[in-house]
Design a protein around this ligand. Sequence first.
Ligand code: ADP
Length: 524
Amino acid sequence: MIEMLRKINLSRAVRTMQELFPEEYDFYPRSWILPEECQQFSTQIRMVKENDATVNPTFIVKPDGGSQGDGIYLIRDPSDLKLMVGSQAKQAVVQEYIQRPLLIDKLKFDIRLYVLLKSLEPLEIYIAKEGLTRFCTEPYQEPSQKNLSHVFMHLTNYSLNVHSGNFVHSDSQSTGSKRSLSSVLYRLAAKGVDIKKVWSDIIALVIKTAIAVVPELRVYYQAEIPPGKPGPTCFQILGFDILLMKNLKPVLLEVNSNPSMRIEHEQEVAPGVFEYVPSPVDEEVKVGVIRDTLRLMDPGHKRPSISYLRAGGTEHGEEILMEAEPHERSPDDGSLPSLCLKQVYPKYTKQFNYLRLVERIAALFIRFLGVKGNMRLGPTAFRTFIRTCKLSNSNFSMASVDILYIDITRRWSGTLADSREAGMGLQAFVEAFFYLAARRFKSQPLREQVASLLELCEAQLESPPGVEERRSVSCSRAMPRTIRTQTLTHPQLASPGPLRRAASQDYRLHQRLKPRTLRANLEN
Ligand code: ADP
């Protein structure tokens, strides 16, 4: 999870989804990966400025493995990038800076939301109904050359602002530099803000982000945990950092794989004497998250899970709400407080299932990985994939397949920090798949090309193999687990075929319902 959610990897995963669904994934600021996209970044910014001299965007540079604001800085010109640490190129993300965040008491703040990834197969996601808001300690001004280095104005990290003389530790949850999310939403509601809409946008952001990272997580997961065996139950509590823009649109800043669960803070109780004292707002939010996680994960708890009761989800277009539903109030005998974690997936399957295209590509990838524990596809396995799915023909020979493999794999091995294992990783395979889809279904938009190629491949894998394929498939894995288990969560769908068709229909219906305007960028 740590690997997956590092800033570069998260940016790549979201970018893949932005290629397929630009409108749905416009909640993540435009990002470039350093050092490899440095040139691209400089050229694009120069062009934007040349086209319109009044545009003067700001960018935030974040080191790849960084946390707590470490090493972050703002720039207005690509020439201000610090590309090297000693003799080594710095791995970082440079991102469009959101210049007009929503302010409260003239201060910038962000939201920390706790999300439980309860299971990957089937995908189950819970969101905590209460979260934290972390405030800056210097009144906000839009970035200018003068204030770029004012961290207490631009960065909301608790770990930074706690060192500002203006930081207010508070006993109340609605004042001070760390407040409960509900107290902030209450204030916004009092000003007439539609907070149901804000919540439903946040839920959508969380589900879409999970959908972006799950394909690669599945690859890690299958390498660690043998399929089909009763193994350990894995779950993870994630910390989503979200910024609200002035127009109330939520923007994803990052996802923390290991969010702090501290419920006290350090305080100077006498001059020079520091002690840990309870932090009521942290306690209020975090105790509930841990308690509910344990209640939901408890293996002795044999109550049928809400997810199975509600498999199939709600109808298209049904409002996404945050209020507790009667069956969610308490899974126990009533002696414990009601659940603060709300299930959002599979509950909202129908609204979001059409986005799960890359997961289906990952299922193909895993199927052809061959040896258990592998995370990269070798050239033979890639050829087997092409042959089994009947993707080569007179216009696309096996020699071209080999060139495609070498070309993409070589490029990706240069960009990955850890390229000890040779072969084609999932992200490279996805790129190859997009290429194959675009070649085959020329005139359609990318997402339709990809959906069509997936249908084709999945149909080939379902049909009984001929002699040639029987030989090649024998070195690959049997039925992809993803598809097998997804079928279980959709009792109305008897086989992978209908599942696939249902997902495609979901997708097509969605396309008809959606306006086609593309927002290339996050306007603020
Ligand atoms: P870290 O893991 O080091 O905390 P973050 O991505 O959370 O890195 O960024 C630190 C802080 O910088 C955020 O809490 C937020 O206040 C600010 N920030 C990050 N990205 C942006 C952005 N694109 N636009 C505006 N502010 C941002």
